[in-house]
Design a protein around this ligand. Structure first.
Ligand code: GLV
Ligand code: MN
Ligand code: MN
Length: 336
C-alpha cells in the first residue's frame, strides 16, 4: 500500500534508530521536499507559506484543511505526525477536495501552526487531523479508531538552581551547596504536585549541569519542565504548585462538536463503535482550534502499550488503512 511505503520513506530520513527529523533540520526539510513531490504527483497545487508550512491544494474546497506535522522528536516513532500528512494526501487525492497541510515544528511548540495563526494568513474553514493515539485507551477498549474530545493545555519553562562549585573529594558533605541535589528534590516535588491534580502530568525531560565535570560539585542546574492538565484551572493550579514561570503556554482546546459528530458517524458507518477520548499530547489541531478554526482529530489505535515518542511506537497496517478510509469519507462530507 502506498501510504505504508510513504511512512517507511519518511521514517528512513535522518537515519535511525527511530525517526530523527527535529525542527529545524535538514531532515525536516527533506521530509517536506519528499511530501511536496507526492503532492505534485497527486496533481495538487503546491504552496509554501511564510512559516515554511507546506500545502497541497485541490481545486474544490481548498478552505478545508487536512494534515499534521513532519518534524519528529529525536528517536521518535514512525507514525507521530507523518501518518497525518501521508493520510491527508490520500484523502485529498481521492476526493479531489480540500488542502493537505504539513506544519513545521510541532514537537517544539507548534512553530508552523502558531506562526500561521498569529499572522494575517487566511485560516481554513475547518481542520481535520489524523494522528496515532500515543496512549493505551483504544487498545484497552479493543477498538481501532477514536474521536478526540479536546486537547490538554500545557505550560513549558525552566527551573534554575544555583549552588556553589567545589572540589568533589575535599568538600565535606555538610559543607556543600549542591545545585543538582536541590534540582533532584524539585523533580520529586513536581512529580508529587502533578499526582495531586486529577488528569495532570509534569515532566522534566532535560537537565543541564554546570560546570559539568565528575569531580566538581554542581554550581548551576537547569531543568526543563513540561506541565499539562485537561482544563485551564487545573493547569494554573499545577503551574503555581511547581513554581513555574512558563515561557510557552497553550490553553486546553475543545474540538468542534459538529466535526466530531461527522467523524463518529463515519466510524459507525464502518461498523465500528465510535469512542471519544481526550488527548494528553499537544497537536496542531489545538493551535488552530484556539484560533477559532472548527477542528477535529481522528485517533488510530496505538499498540505496544501506547508507547510514543519512541521507536517502539506502533499501529497496525489494517488500522492505518481503516483510518485513511474514515478520514477520506469525513473530508468528502465536510468539503461538499
Ligand atoms: C507533542 O507531541 C507533545 O504533546 O509534546
Ligand atoms: Mn504529533
Ligand atoms: Mn509528538
Amino acid at each position: 500500500m502506498r501510504i505504508l511505503e510513504r511512512l517507511d520513506a519518511l521514517y528512513a530520513i535522518g537515519g535511525g534508530p527511530g525517526a530523527n527529523r527535529p525542527h529545524p533540520s535538514a531532515a525536516e526539510d527533506e521530509a517536506h521536499e519528499l511530501a511536496a513531490g507526492w503532492l505534485r504527483e497527486a496533481g495538487l497545487e503546491v504552496e509554501v507559506d511564510a512559516a515554511d508550512n507546506l500545502f497541497g491544494r485541490a481545486p474544490e474546497r481548498p478552505d478545508v484543511w487536512v494534515g499534521s506535522h513532519l518534524d519528529s522528536v529525536p528517536r521518535g516513532g514512525r507514525f507521530d505526525g507523518a501518518l497525518g500528512v501521508a493520510a491527508a494526501i490520500e484523502a485529498v487525492a481521492e476526493t479531489g477536495r480540500g488542502s493537505v497541510v504539513a506544519f513545521r515544528g510541532e514537537e517544539v511548540g507548534c512553530v508552523g501552526s502558531r506562526a500561521l495563526c498569529a499572522g494575517d494568513a487566511e485560516l481554513p474553514s475547518a481542520f481535520l487531523e489524523l494522528h496515532v493515539e500515543q496512549g493505551p485507551v483504544l487498545a484497552a477498549a479493543g477498538v481501532p479508531l477514536g474521536v478526540v474530545t479536546g486537547i490538554v493545555g500545557y505550560a513549558r519553562g525552566e527551573l534554575v538552581f544555583e549552588g556553589r562549585a567545589g572540589h568533589a573529594g575535599t568538600t565535606p558533605m555538610d559543607a556543600r551547596d549542591d545545585a543538582l541535589v536541590a534540582a533532584a528534590e524539585a523533580v520529586l516535588r513536581l512529580r508529587d504536585a502533578a499526582r495531586e491534580i486529577d488528569g495532570a502530568v509534569a515532566t522534566v525531560g532535560e537537565v543541564s549541569v554546570e560546570p559539568g565535570a565528575s569531580n566538581v560539585i554542581p554550581s548551576r542546574v537547569r531543568l526543563s519542565v513540561d506541565a499539562r492538565a485537561p482544563d485551564a484551572q487545573r493547569l494554573e493550579g499545577l503551574v503555581s504548585a511547581i513554581g513555574l514561570e512558563p515561557v510557552q503556554r497553550t490553553e486546553p482546546a475543545p474540538m468542534s462538536a459538529e466535526l466530531r459528530h461527522v467523524l463518529r458517524e463515519e466510524i459507525e458507518r464502518h461498523g465500528l463503535p465510535a469512542i471519544e477520548l481526550a488527548s494528553g499530547a499537544g497537536h496542531d489541531a489545538g493551535i488552530l482550534a484556539a484560533a477559532g478554526v472548527p477542528s477535529a482529530m481522528l485517533f488510530v489505535r496505538s499498540l505496544n502499550g501506547g508507547v510514543s515518542h519512541s521507536p517502539d511506537e506502533l499501529s497496525s497496517d489494517e488500522d492505518v488503512l481503516l483510518a485513511v478510509e474514515v478520514l477520506t469519507a469525513a473530508l468528502a462530507r465536510l468539503a461538499t
